[in-house]
Design a protein around this ligand. Structure first.
Ligand SMILES: C=C(O[C@@H]1C=C(C(=O)O)C=C[C@H]1O)C(=O)O
Length: 330
């Protein structure tokens, strides 16, 4: 039976949504109620789990340390480094400013989906952790640090999240100009994209936030939507954000589709509650730090933002560091 079980960031509660038949439901206008699971490609179907049964329960997250030694997967390095070089060359031609390039990693499975999900909740308490299953779509699991959009009445919250450094206990991250500029670019772009839908909009200064084994730079963004604007318009204005696609959006998307060596499907899509609960709130997250679970293996997805200032080797290392979040629990 289709279901999603999830824990919101920093919460001590688990929630689950079950659909009692196996129908594949699609949300067209984000007017329905339920749990949404949408792909990266805006032309693809946004899957909806109808909340026939809803369950909530207290869940004390058992905080787990990250494994001291993780075996990173070096396969595919040359292909990914070449892709990054190609991205930098394209940016130098002047049409593209930023493009997010990604890859997938196959790892044999030794644990059940539920064990993996519980371990992710323990290692990433500040993330939105989820386990999604639909017999006609597959099984996905992740712990994402990124909110796409939250809408309550007309109040909207989102964030500009970009730039990555490894987390080292007891040390504060030292951001370089590449990272600061990259995150600033994302903030400005989100501001521009939302401008026509909002009465007013505030974008906070960037702060360092921890996501499992990593640091990111984040600015919170909030505002009030114009009376005639619905969640659908806000989502369409935001997705795909430059945090996971690039700047300008159309050019970056085209470059990704043409040059990435696989189909992203639900990685860098978005998921979460749609018009949910008594107050019909929506809270959607970007599907990052995630994996697709099959019978015998897990497919992990990782990527990073490429700008003119990117160094291909460091960008490879960044995707390796991102993969630790998932490798840690497999
Ligand atoms: C694309 C990913 O993450 C995104 C890219 C980041 C970056 O380029 O530094 C940081 C956070 C996310 O917005 C990913 O985790 O796969």
């Amino acid at each position: 039976m289709p279901f999603a079980i999830y824990r919101k960031p920093d919460q001590q509660e688990l929630q689950a949504v079950f659909q009692t038949d196996k129908d594949l439901l699609v949300s067209k206008d984000f007017d329905e109620k339920g749990f949404l699971f949408a792909p990266f490609d805006t032309e693809g179907d946004a899957i909806l789990i109808r909340p026939d049964e809803v369950w909530k329960g207290k869940y004390k997250t058992e905080i787990l340390a990250n494994t001291a030694h993780i075996n990173l997967v070096e396969d595919g390095k040359e292909i990914h480094v070449d892709l990054i070089k190609k991205g930098i060359q394209e940016i130098k031609k002047g049409r593209l400013q930023k493009v997010v390039l990604s890859r997938k990693i196959e790892v044999p499975l030794t644990k059940s989906p539920l064990e993996i999900f519980k371990a992710l909740l323990g290692t990433c308490p500040h993330a939105f952790g989820y386990l999604f299953h639909h017999p006609k779509v597959g099984t996905w699991c992740g712990a994402t640090p990124e909110t796409l959009v939250k809408v309550k009445d007309k109040e909207l919250n989102t964030m500009s999240l970009a730039a990555t450094l490894p987390y080292v206990a007891g040390e504060v991250p030292k951001w370089g100009s590449k990272e600061v500029d990259e995150q600033q670019m994302v903030s400005e772009y989100i501001g521009d994209k939302l401008a026509h839908t909002m009465e007013h909009l505030e974008i906070d200064d960037a702060e360092s936030v921890r996501a499992g084994t990593l640091w990111h730079l984040r600015s919170e963004v909030r505002g009030t939507m114009l009376p005639n604007i619905k969640t659908k318009e806000a989502v369409r204005a935001l997705h795909p954000t430059p945090a996971i696609c690039g700047i300008p959006t159309a050019e970056a998307k085209e470059f990704i589709k043409k040059n990435e060596n696989y189909k992203r499907t639900f990685y860098t899509g978005f998921l979460g509650e749609l018009n949910f609960g008594a107050k019909e709130e929506t809270s959607l997250y970007v599907n990052l730090r995630c994996m697709e679970l099959n019978k015998y293996n897990a497919t992990i997805f990782v990527g990073g933002g490429i700008t003119e200032a990117s160094d291909p080797e460091s960008e490879w290392v960044e995707t390796q560091n991102k993969s630790k979040t998932m490798l840690n629990v497999l």
